[in-house]
Design a protein around this ligand. Structure first.
Ligand code: UT7
Length: 322
C-alpha cells in the first residue's frame, strides 16, 4: 500500500506587519473590536511588487530543504491561490520555472480558503495512484490586493502569506483520508463580484474587492465544520479523543474554538495563528502546520486533522499521520 506522507514543511510571511492600531488610522474600527470578534492582533502585508509566487517560492524552498530533497526530484506541483500573479500562466508554472524544475505537471487550484485542503487532496490521489512520487503542495495569497480598505467588515480580517509541504510516496502511514465539498449556491455571501466575465474593467481599475456577509458566513462555517469533523472521524472509524492536533483554517478564533469544542479538544491541542497572521486564505492551514512542526508541537506519527471553509462555498478536511 502506498501512502502520501508529508516529508517537509515551509512557510513565509511578508516583512511588513500591520497591527490593529494601524487599521484604526484607516477605517472606523478599534483594536478591542477586532480582538474580541476575531482574535486577530496583526497581519502581514506584502510589499509593493511582492507577489503570490514570491511568497510561494520562499515557502517552497524551506519545505524542499526540510524534506531533504533536491528540487529536481519534484514530479508534481499543485498551488492553491485566489490571488494568482497573472491570469495565465498559472502561478504553479511560474513557481516551477523559479525552482528550475522542468517537465512535471504544475497547476493552480482555486477553492479560496479551502484551497490548500483541495490541493493536498488532489496531490494525494496522484501519489496513491502512482502518478507522482514527490509533490510540492503550496497555499499562497496576497489577499491585501483584493481588499477594499474602506470596508471595515473585510479589510481587518485578512493577511498575506504562504505555506508549503512536500508530499512523498511512502509505505508508512501518511494521509488517511481526504474530504472535499462545495455548494455554489452560496456564491454571493463571500465573493469578488468582478472578473473576466464583465470585461475585466473593474479588475483593471482596482475595484475587484472581496465582499462578505460576515454573519451568515460565520454561522455556515461553524455548522459545516462541525459536520466535516464527524464525516472524517466516521470514515476512519475513529473517536474524537484519537486526534492529537487540530490545524484549522484561521479565519476567526470564535469559529476555531467552536470546532475544538465540538471535538472536545483542549485549546492546547489546537494550532492557532490567526492572532498573528489574520486570515491568509489558502495559506492559512499550511502556515499553521509549519509553525507547529517547527516549534516542536506536532511530532512524527501524531494524528493531525486539517480543516477549512471558504468562498464557493467550499469546505474540506484531511486526516493524516504526520
Ligand atoms: O475564511 C473564509 C471564511 N470567513 C469567515 O469565516 C468569516 C466569518 N465571519 C466572521 O468572522 C464574523 O462574522 C466577522 C468577524 C466578519 C464579524 O463579526 P460579527 O460578530 O459577525 O459582527 P457583525 O458583522 O454582526 O457586526 C456587528 C457590528 C455591526 O454594527 P451594528 O450594526 O451592530 O451597529 C458592524 O457594523 O460590528 C460592526 N463592525 C465593526 N465595528 C468595528 C463590523 N466590522 C467592524 C469593524 N470594527 N472592523
Amino acid at each position: 500500500m502506498i501512502y502520501a506522507r508529508i516529508s517537509g514543511t515551509g512557510s513565509y510571511l511578508p516583512e511588513n506587519v500591520m497591527t490593529n492600531h494601524d487599521l484604526e488610522k484607516i477605517v472606523e474600527t478599534s483594536d478591542q473590536w477586532i480582538r474580541e470578534r476575531t482574535g486577530i492582533e496583526q497581519r502581514h502585508i506584502a510589499a509593493d511588487g511582492e507577489t503570490t509566487v514570491d511568497l510561494a517560492e520562499k515557502a517552497s524552498r524551506m519545505a524542499i530543504e526540510s524534506a531533504g530533497i533536491d528540487a529536481s526530484e519534484i514530479d508534481l506541483i499543485v498551488l492553491a491561490t485566489s490571488t494568482p500573479d497573472k491570469i495565465f500562466p498559472s502561478s504553479a508554472c511560474i513557481l516551477q520555472a523559479r525552482l528550475d524544475i522542468h517537465g512535471c505537471p504544475a497547476f493552480d487550484i482555486q477553492a479560496v480558503c479551502t484551497g490548500f485542503v483541495y490541493a493536498l487532496t488532489v496531490a494525494e490521489k496522484f501519489i496513491k495512484t502512482g502518478s507522482a512520487r514527490k509533490a510540492l503542495v503550496v497555499g499562497a495569497e496576497v489577499f491585501s490586493r483584493i481588499l477594499n480598505w474602506q470596508d471595515r467588515g473585510t479589510c481587518v480580517l485578512f493577511g498575506d502569506g504562504a505555506g508549503a509541504v512536500i508530499l512523498e510516496a511512502n509505505e508508512e502511514t501518511g494521509v488517511l483520508s481526504t474530504h472535499i465539498h462545495a455548494d455554489g449556491k452560496y456564491e454571493n455571501l463571500l465573493w469578488v463580484p468582478h472578473g473576466i466575465a464583465d470585461g475585466y474593467d473593474e479588475v483593471k481599475q482596482g475595484k475587484a474587492y472581496v465582499e462578505m456577509k460576515g454573519n451568515e458566513v460565520f454561522k455556515m462555517a461553524v455548522n459545516t465544520l462541525g459536520r466535516i469533523v464527524d464525516e472524517t472521524l466516521d470514515a476512519n472509524h475513529m473517536k474524537k479523543s484519537d486526534i492529537d492536533w487540530l490545524v484549522p483554517h484561521q479565519a476567526n478564533i470564535r469559529i476555531i474554538t467552536a470546532t475544538a469544542k465540538k471535538l472536545k479538544m483542549s485549546m492546547d491541542q489546537v494550532v492557532v495563528t490567526v492572532n498573528k497572521h489574520g486570515n491568509t486564505s489558502a495559506a492559512s492551514v499550511p502556515l499553521a502546520l509549519d509553525v507547529a512542526v517547527r516549534d516542536g508541537r506536532i511530532k512524527r506519527n501524531e494524528l493531525v486533522l486539517l480543516e477549512a471553509f471558504g468562498g464557493g462555498f467550499t469546505w474540506g478536511s484531511v486526516l493524516l499521520r504526520y
